[in-house]
Design a protein around this ligand. Structure first.
Ligand code: NAP
Ligand code: ZN
Ligand code: ZN
Length: 359
């Protein structure tokens, strides 16, 4: 029989875990490995709450193995480094996103696309090479191979930086890869949540014209005045949607729940690209006429590799971009999940781990 989570490894750790698909999070004791020669250990100060955490703890994707300690937007301060670590030293401010390991030998890994490695190890809900379960950032500290650690620039606050580790790179990567980063291009962002608001900020920093497509009319003034969006469409208003048909070069769809794709595809110009990053519970339906007429493309994208994650953070620092956040104590996390379910957050919850998580 496998050891209990608190006995698997030599170093005691604690955090919040879900025990079943109710998704309810409560205090949890476990353990982490001792700092290996290539490892960086750090005290987590902040961790963002991604909608993927919510999908996962409720087992909406059918892949959860409990207990789950969620959290893949970690920022903290290095406490120890292994003898072969070259990039970091004690006291550095670092981050970890969705990945803590990959095979390091496949073609994806060679191309800095660890995020597409068949052997990728996710920050939580995966297996370490020794067969033990990975536990995420709703916890006091982390140990991670330095390859999967990024540096947080000095100018960036830790709380506002945390969501860049997943939300930030998830929208930055497709903007670059699909060539939706040329000044003057017209970008649509569907769903103004954690990912969506980062897409608006990156799009504006790249010189794009940005239209938000949202189910929440109440988000309009903020989207335009605070985030700098150029236009705002309410997706359930047929007139507004009709008025924008064929106007967008690209669309980043960040919606977390079932919705229809055709109205979005119709907004794309000829040769336009609709890129899915949201992961609703149920599959999409789309008739081929929707995309063959106008030679359109529906693509996808999942987070980003480590090199691109660092590039994105450096780009964000240069352009003064951080997430718009609501900082919460860890014992508020279940309420935060309920609110996230209702799209009631502007635009990312970040847990103040350093000041509120106690053993
Ligand atoms: P979020 O903060 O909850 O934002 C999702 C937004 O979608 C909401 O704010 C809402 O925006 C819109 N929405 C919600 N329910 C909707 C519905 N029924 N119909 C239409 N729109 C709806 O979530 P997030 O953290 O940004 O994550 C978004 C999705 O991306 C999740 O599915 C998550 O798992 C996935 N994700 C994927 C990757 C990847 O690598 N591809 C990485 C991270 C997250 P409005 O109020 O503006 O309509
Ligand atoms: Zn995420
Ligand atoms: Zn690989």
């Amino acid at each position: 029989m496998a050891d209990a989570p608190e006995k698997e490894h030599p170093v005691e750790a604690y955090g919040y875990a879900a025990r079943d698909s109710s998704g309810h999070l409560s205090p949890f004791k476990f353990s982490r490995r001792a700092t290996g020669e290539k490892d960086v250990a750090f005290n987590i100060t902040h961790c963002g709450i991604c909608h993927s955490d919510l999908h996962f703890i409720k087992n909406e994707w059918g892949i959860a193995a409990y207990p789950v300690v969620p959290g893949h937007e970690l920022v903290g301060i290095v406490t120890e480094v292994g003898s072969k670590v070259t990039k970091y030293k004690v006291g550095d401010r670092v981050g970890v996103g969705c990945l803590v390991g990959s095979c390091r030998s496949c073609t994806n890994c060679a191309d800095d696309l660890e995020n597409y490695c068949p052997g990728l190890i996710l920050t939580y809900g995966s297996k370490n090479v020794d067969g033990t379960r990975t536990y995420g950032g709703y916890s006091n500290f982390m140990v991670c191979d330095e390859h999967f650690v990024v540096r947080i620039p000095d100018s960036m606050p830790s709380d506002g930086a945390a969501p860049l580790l997943c939300a930030g790179v998830t929208v930055y990567s497709p903007l670059r890869y699909y060539g939706l980063d040329k000044p003057g291009m017209h970008l649509g962002v569907v769903g103004l949540g954690g990912l969506g608001h980062m897409a608006v900020k990156f799009g504006k920093a790249m010189g794009l014209k940005v239209t938000v497509i949202s189910t929440s009319p109440g988000k309009k003034s903020e989207a335009m005045e605070r985030l700098g969006a150029d236009a705002f469409l309410v997706s359930h208003d047929p007139e507004q949607m009709q008025g924008a048909v064929g106007t967008l070069d690209g669309i980043i769809d960040t919606v977390s729940a079932a919705h229809s794709l055709l109205p979005l595809v119709r907004l794309a110009k000829t040769n336009g690209k609709v890129i899915l990053v949201g992961v609703p519970e149920k599959p999409f339906e789309l008739h081929s006429f929707g995309i063959i007429m106008g030679r359109k493309m529906v693509g996808g994208s999942s987070i980003g590799g480590l090199k691109e994650t660092q590039e994105m953070i450096n780009f964000a620092a240069e352009h003064n971009i951080t997430a718009d956040i609501e900082v919460i104590p860890v014992d508020y996390v279940n309420t935060a999940m309920d609110r996230l379910q209702k799209a009631d957050v502007k635009y990312r919850f970040v847990i103040d781990i350093a000041n509120t998580l106690k053993p």
